[in-house]
Design a protein around this ligand. Structure first.
Ligand code: EPU
Length: 350
């Protein structure tokens, strides 16, 4: 097992924040995890699992042992009359995996094209966009438990998926609690892609694309291309302008709370949920507080989507994690003062 020291993390986080991993191990296979578990010097050390680094804010050098997941592999494992089951290594780039599936004739994840990050990160926060969430296409995953040294498989129910949430985001706090953060490393993910394939085009931006192009029966490749175009127009490319996607979750409120806000702000963007609660567009709330285009130091609010915080200093003079968090707190305070809603950050603050 090779433990690298003082590894620069700027290339490994999509904000482009400068920080170092005091110690880092590359995990290219399950065997590397077995070796880590067998190593008395490192086995019990605190750890931080790094996938694509597209959903983290680094606020300083990372002291826990960084496990950089580089497990590769893409294959069809099973085809039944009702689905294709495709397996991907946790270290595969998410977008490249989606593109490979669509091109290979295993459609179903095209609405999630161009989401930054790795396959292993996708179940952690149950990524979702344009009407599809990972849990809708999830079959199972393999993971390695660094405490027991055992591999295990979880189905969707065991992953406890929620909105941008799963068992992998929670630390176990008691004997009846199944939190796996910092303990389990996802090694492979299997997707269930239902047959016959059906387009998911209910989202407004996709309806617009159908009208624009006159193509009302798009195939998976059409949707893939449209999603790429929609995201490129609306969201910054982290390679050009560092960011971590949506910085806050869309909050949910009760219908009474929503009615109260509508009475004051009739234009508020809100969506009724299946469980009776109402989801509010956090981007709209932040925008309404006048934050779009504003900056604190090198941390800025993206001009075209107020939910995205960006690194205005580029790679030369990059934003610090502290600046990002100062801006995030200022936004939270003003949204709370105006709407009485506490916005919850989406990325993991390290
Ligand atoms: N809006 C504004 N001003 C803004 C931003 C948004 O008024 O500055 C309004 C929009 O006009 C729209 C509504 O808010 O009516 C919602 O905006 P949008 O359609 O851009 O979606 P979102 O709710 O902001 C969510 C996800 C995105 C995902 C899109 C598309 C979350 C936190 N974000 O954004 O996911 O791509 O829907 O499905 O759920 C991510 O998680 O990193 C991410 C980018």
């Amino acid at each position: 097992m090779i433990v690298e020291s003082n590894v620069p993390l700027q290339p490994y986080n999509s904000f482009g924040i400068v920080a170092r991993a005091l110690h880092l191990v590359r995990i290219a296979s399950e065997a590397d995890l077995v070796a880590l578990h067998a190593d008395a010097a490192w086995r019990d050390a605190p750890r931080f699992v790094l996938g694509g680094g597209s959903n983290i804010v680094l606020t300083g050098d990372v002291k826990p042992l960084v496990l950089k997941i580089e497990i590769k592999g893409l294959r069809l494992v099973e085809e039944t009359p009702r689905a294709w089951i495709v397996e991907a290594g946790a270290g595969e780039n998410w977008h490249d995996a989606v593109e490979w599936m669509v091109r290979s004739g295993y459609p179903g994840l095209e609405n999630l094209a161009l989401i930054p990050g790795t396959v292993g990160g996708s179940p952690v926060q149950n990524i979702g966009a344009y009407g599809v969430e990972l849990q809708d296409r999830f079959e199972s995953l393999d993971a390695y438990d660094l405490e027991t040294g055992r591999s295990f498989t979880l189905d969707a129910a065991q992953c406890a998926f929620g909105y941008r949430d799963s068992v992998f985001k929670h630390v176990r706090s008691g004997p009846n609690d199944f939190g796996l953060a910092g303990r389990a490393v996802i090694t492979r993910v299997r997707f269930r892609l239902p047959k016959p394939w059906k387009a998911v085009v209910g989202y407004l931006d996709l309806e617009r694309k159908m009208e624009e192009t006159g193509n009302f029966t798009p195939d998976a490749q059409d949707i893939f291309d449209w999603i790429c175009a929609i995201r490129r127009a609306k969201l910054p490319d982290w390679r050009v302008l560092g960011n971590a996607g949506s910085f806050f979750k869309n909050p949910t409120v009760t219908p009474e709370q929503c009615a109260d806000i509508i009475a004051r702000d009739p234009k508020i963007v809100h969506y009724p949920m299946a469980d009776g609660s109402i989801k509010l567009a956090a981007g709209w709330l932040i925008d309404a507080c006048g934050w779009k285009g504003k900056s604190v130091g090198n941390a800025g609010v993206y001009e075209r989507q107020a939910l995205v915080l960006v690194n205005r200093g580029g790679r030369e003079n990059p934003v610090t994690g502290g600046e990002v968090m100062t801006l995030a707190k200022a936004i939270q305070t003003s949204v709370y003062e105006r709407f009485g809603i506490r916005l919850e950050p989406e990325p993991v603050v390290v």
